[in-house]
Design a protein around this ligand. Structure first.
Ligand code: CP3
Length: 333
């Protein structure tokens, strides 16, 4: 069994597995090198050889316990023929959503449009660098994908005022997202993904009263689906106020926490395995500060099944040497 499986399945507390959200990305010079000659981000995600190579880049440098496949949550709208572009220093821009067109997409059209992602997973899973490590697949949560598909760009701090205006559009789109999420998850698992992480980056935007419809219900359905494939589900509902309630309703195998919640409160309230939490900005400081903060998390969770990770993705300004120091510090704890 891998160290991550020891934590998730056997609830072991004496192993300290580690992987990092966005571990393959702009903070690595070898990623920027590939990016220079591949300006179209989606095209890069759909190049299986390069996507697999990028996925494995951090594993060549650091003693990480998982490879997370190099792709994006927005590959789902792309597979549904909604154009997605990434503008430098701005983020994603999506084309207008047309419900009529969206309703006509078939599962096989979707799968064939993004099949290089599955090929990349296969290459990663069968590479010797992932031996005794896990290959993690992922999706965006229904709510977060709905936000991007309707808002057509990052909501930053606020949703467009009339976001909820067209109820039909919202409800039908959500249904279609749920359907293709299951297809996308199944395809990833069939091609070697051993764990699925669900990213709900914008869960924190909703009022308490709306969580049930947009977050709890659809995410619980997905978690049940992932479990039916005999695969663990990790949920990352960034910014939710009540992680305990989230876990009770959604029932993930692992809860990934953001850096704004108190880890000791989580440790007391939540019994399932926990992942993550440390503020990615700590990686912009120095070794002493970093070591103290790593120890803080490992001490708090020393009697709790825990996977070390950050409370959001690693920042592009991060020094890879500090990342190396982080992984070594966790492993030598
Ligand atoms: O974690 C990994 O290493 C796996 C790959 C991965 C990417 N995106 C690659 C990526 C994963 C798991 C994601 C998830 C993702 N994508 C989320 C959820 C997590 C989160 O950050 O909240 C979201 C909201 C997206 C959508 C997205 N993709 C945005 C908003 C951006 C622009 C912001 C940015 O960092 O530039 C992206 C681009 C993106 N996705 C990059 C990478 C490596 C940067 C691309 C580049 O410019 O080279």
């Amino acid at each position: 069994m891998t160290p991550i499986e020891e934590v998730i399945i056997n609830k072991r507390t004496s192993v300290n597995p580690v992987w990092i959200m966005r571990q393959a990305g702009r903070y690595l010079p070898e990623f920027r090198e590939i990016r220079k000659t591949n300006p179209d981000f989606i095209k890069l995600c759909l190049n299986p050889t390069l996507a697999a190579e990028i996925t494995l880049q951090p594993l060549k440098r650091f003693n990480l316990d998982a490879a997370i496949i190099f792709s994006d949550i927005l590959i789902l709208p792309y597979g549904c023929k909604q154009k997605v572009e990434f503008k430098k220093n701005f983020g994603p821009i999506l084309a207008d959503l047309n419900l009529n067109d969206l309703s006509k997409i078939t599962e096989s059209e979707f799968t064939s449009k993004i099949s290089p992602v599955y090929k990349a997973i296969n290459l990663v899973k069968n590479n010797k660098l992932t031996k005794n490590k896990n290959t993690i697949g992922f999706v965006g949560a229904p709510w977060t994908l709905l936000v991007y598909m309707i808002n057509k760009q990052s909501p930053k701090f606020n949703l467009n005022n009339n976001f909820f205006k067209d109820k039909i559009l919202i409800q039908q789109t959500l249904k279609i997202i749920e359907k293709f999420l299951m297809v996308h998850i199944k395809n990833q698992v069939d091609n070697g993904a051993e764990i699925i992480q669900i990213f709900d980056s914008w869960a924190g935007l909703l009022d308490e009263k709306d969580l049930d419809f947009y977050v709890y219900k659809p995410t619980h359905t997905l978690v049940r689906f992932i479990k039916s494939l005999k695969i663990p589900a990790i949920c990352f509902p960034r910014g939710v106020k009540d992680y305990k309630k989230y876990c009770e309703i959604v029932k993930p195998d692992v809860i990934c926490i953001d850096y704004e919640v108190s880890p000791s409160k989580i440790e007391k309230e939540i019994t399932i395995p926990v992942q993550g939490g440390m503020d990615p900005k700590i990686l912009l400081t120095d070794k002493e500060t970093l070591k103290k903060e790593i120890f803080k998390y490992l001490d708090i969770f020393k009697n709790h099944p825990y996977i070390f990770n950050l409370g959001h993705g690693v920042l592009p300004q991060t020094d890879p040497n500090l990342m190396e120091y982080l992984v070594k510090t966790v492993k030598n704890y």
